[in-house]
Design a protein around this ligand. Structure first.
Ligand SMILES: Nc1ncnc2c1ncn2[C@@H]1O[C@H](COP(=O)(O)OP(=O)(O)OP(=O)(O)O)[C@@H](O)[C@H]1O
Ligand SMILES: [Mg+2]
Length: 444
């Protein structure tokens, strides 16, 4: 835009300057030519009228045809005569006087006289007589001044017009870029159905079509992957149920088994449980990917819910509750699963919870769960919320350790309801997971 404006200014200023110079040369030339013609004609007349001892030269001068802007001066027989008191030898530059009177040559000169441009033309009439005519150029000056002003105005206008054209062109050129940016942002924000309008500009149609087909491919692949994960999880469910019942049957006969077989059965039981969790988590996550999640909102007493889940997990910690009313509108199943995952983590990774707090604020409700375990290092603080991120547990694959989906699910569950999760360090060691959800009050 700036380039356009500066370019426009340079072009129009240059054109204006040239126009001005050309016009000035032309006008001055023309004026000079007509002045010389007029002076010639008058000199001719004077030559015939002036006799060696003319009695009344001043009257003769006044009878000449001169416009009001011109004045005549005559050098006759050693004396000066002028059309007015102001027109005398002083009105003529000495140079011009000398050239005409002494050297007997016609001459002209442009000069300043009492602040205005004038042109004087001198013509020798005889050895003793010379005729001078002084032309005022001040109306030429004012013409040129007006021309200059309008050219400056034209330059400014040119600048403004090119600024406007620049703004328009920039917006037009950048619009598709902006549209692509918006579409890309929408897609990365999860709106996979965002597309560009390919019906607009001819040149851009190709770009839009290419972009759209890329997104189509991407969308198909994402959907296929999501379906694959959910299909696999579904397929695993029925054999898992069978395994579960088989293990339960065998566990009832555990006392009949010898020590080795009993240990093997325990291991099998643990692994089947772990597998069960994995499949449940995978199903849940693939539902997010396929975009088929429903929120079931209902009024929930978050303090009571937290207490209940802690008791269920055998965690004997007090729940400190702040805020007036603990009942907020939320998806109970998802909040419960999120809390369960964090509690389970504390048990598995940190040896159990040491403190719990619920704070129901005006806008946000925060549930903090604290442990004195090894804590989360700074560089893992964000990564643990990603799928299959297992932090320091990675590499170990003992029974009891998970697959790394727990916190990813917690994050999805909370995000779906406009909330989030964060983790802080606890002194001297340990972590505090804070689940944040918007405080929505039931309509009563
Ligand atoms: N309370 C905690 N103290 C220390 N580390 C933790 C704690 N909670 C989670 N982590 C770390 O974060 C990682 C990711 O946790 P996440 O719940 O996502 O996976 P997981 O517990 O390993 O497996 P899953 O929950 O899927 O069974 C864990 O592997 C562990 O290293
Ligand atoms: Mg976990």
């Amino acid at each position: 835009m700036t380039a356009f404006a500066v370019g426009g200014l340079v072009v129009s200023a240059t054109l204006s300057a040239f126009t001005y110079l050309w016009a000035r040369t032309y006008l001055v030339d023309q004026r000079q030519t007509s002045a010389v013609h007029q002076a010639d004609a008058n000199a001719q007349l004077m030559r015939t009228l002036l006799e060696p001892h003319s009695p009344d030269v001043a009257r003769l001068l006044n009878s000449l045809q001169t416009p009001s802007t011109a004045q005549s001066v005559v050098w006759h027989a050693g004396r000066w005569y002028g059309t007015s008191a102001l027109a005398g030898p002083d009105a003529l530059p000495a140079e011009l006087r000398n050239a005409v009177i002494s050297k007997d040559r016609p001459a002209r000169q442009r000069y300043q006289r009492s602040g205005a441009q004038v042109l004087a033309v001198g013509i020798p009439l005889s050895t003793t007589d010379s005729y001078f005519e002084i032309f005022s150029l001040s109306n030429l000056d004012s013409t040129l001044g007006a021309l200059g002003e309008s050219l400056i105005a034209a330059s400014v206008l040119g600048f403004l017009v090119s600024l406007a054209i620049g703004a328009w062109a920039t917006r037009r050129v950048l619009r598709p870029v902006r549209e692509i940016g918006a579409a890309a942002a929408a897609i990365s924000g999860g709106r996979l159905d965002a597309r560009l309008d390919a019906g607009g500009d001819q040149e851009l149609a190709e770009l839009a079509t290419g972009f759209n087909s890329m997104v189509d491919t991407l969308q198909r692949r994402i959907e296929r992957d999501a379906r694959f994960a959910s299909d696999v999880s579904h397929e695993l469910r029925s054999p898992l149920t069978t395994l579960h019942s088989a293990v339960t049957v065998m566990q009832r006969r555990r006392h009949q088994l010898d020590a080795k077989a009993a240990r093997a059965l325990d291991l099998l039981g643990d692994e089947v449980n772990r597998f069960d969790h994995l499949v449940e988590d995978l199903l849940e996550i693939s539902r997010y990917d396929a975009g088929v999640v429903h929120v079931d909102l209902e009024p929930v007493d978050v303090v009571a819910l937290t207490k209940g889940l802690l008791a269920e997990a055998d965690q004997k910690v007090e729940v400190s509750a702040t805020g007036a009313d603990a009942t907020i509108v939320i998806d109970r199943r998802r909040l419960a699963q999120a809390l369960r995952n964090v509690i389970r983590n504390a048990i598995i990774h940190a040896g159990g919870l040491t403190a719990a707090a619920v704070n129901v604020g005006e806008q946000w409700t925060e549930i903090s769960l604290e442990d004195h375990g090894p804590g989360i290092s700074d560089d893992e603080r964000d990564a643990i919320f990603e799928r299959f991120a297992r932090g320091r547990a990675a590499g170990r694959r003992s029974s009891g350790s998970g697959v790394g989906l727990g916190l990813a699910l917690v994050a999805e569950h909370l995000r779906l309801q406009g909330g989030s999760i964060r983790v802080n360090a606890v002194n001297p060691s340990g972590s505090r997971f804070v689940l944040v959800i918007p405080t929505r009050r039931p309509l009563s």
